[in-house]
Design a protein around this ligand. Structure first.
Ligand SMILES: [Zn+2]
Length: 123
């Protein structure tokens, strides 16, 4: 089995298909059009009629995804604090062309990070 092929499942239809994982691309279910969820290649896919297993799997996947998003959010907030501190530190050093360019870059990153919305993907 190729490691680039992952199991993608549709929780609505309780189906799975193999598809490579490509950053930013989420295949849609050909039956219902819902976005598929990437299970990886280690998690066993339940039988189609195992309704309870599918429900548990869905809850587990949600929990894991949301926990990961929370972590990303936390590290994003940490990075924002670091940026603010660094900007304040550099601004206190006085005028300097190179430094101003660096400060501008840091501020751009800060703006980008503070406007990034946290999206809770429902699936
Ligand atoms: Zn479907």
């Amino acid at each position: 089995m190729s490691a680039s092929n992952y199991n993608w499942v549709c929780f609505e239809c309780r189906t799975s298909r193999r598809h490579p994982k490509i950053s930013g691309q989420i295949p849609a279910c050909p039956d219902c059009g819902h976005e598929c969820f990437c299970l990886g290649y280690k998690v066993e896919v339940p039988r189609r009629d195992a309704v309870r297993e599918w429900r548990l799997l869905r809850e587990e996947c949600r929990k894991r995804l949301y926990a990961r998003q929370d972590q990303q959010q936390q590290s994003n907030v940490r990075r924002q604090h670091d940026l603010e501190k660094e900007i304040a530190r550099m601004e206190a050093l006085g005028e300097n062309k190179d430094r101003e360019r660096q400060i501008r870059k840091l501020k751009e990153e800060l703006t980008r990070r503070s406007t990034e919305p946290l999206t809770r993907r429902e699936f």
